[in-house]
Design a protein. Structure first.
Length: 118
């Protein structure tokens, strides 16, 4: 199964993911991993910058907005892409932080939407 570079965020500014999870790599970056509801492809986001557990939306380093749809889950397509992504970026360990991020109980800055925003 081929892996391809995604369209720039300027061309595709918003993606809805199903069967999603959030992984934290050994360097501390966090990524959305799931299935793009538009074309059923597996997806791994760039590092998450902000995440709002109320709206289930997050913005990544590229400025793309990810909307998490439905319950967390897994998919062979997403797992395949995550494995290849880890190989490419030499990620040797990661942690599933889905529950902490979804429940808003994580104290990392990526879980807070911009404070002070009107």
């Amino acid at each position: 199964m081929p892996i391809w570079k995604p369209s720039p965020a300027s061309e595709l500014p918003r993606i809805t993911l199903a069967r999603w999870r959030i992984f934290e790599t050994d360097d501390g970056s966090r990524h959305f991993v799931g299935v793009d509801m538009f074309d059923s492809s597996g997806r791994v986001s760039s590092p998450i910058v902000t995440f709002d557990p109320v709206t289930m939306q997050g913005t990544t380093h590229t400025g793309r907005i990810y909307e998490l749809f439905g319950p967390k889950g897994s998919s062979l397509n997403a797992e395949y892409v995550w494995t290849r992504w880890c190989e490419r970026y030499k990620v040797t360990s990661y942690t599933d932080v889905t529950e902490r991020m979804r429940d808003g109980t994580d104290d990392d800055d990526t879980t807070r939407a911009d404070e002070g925003r009107d």
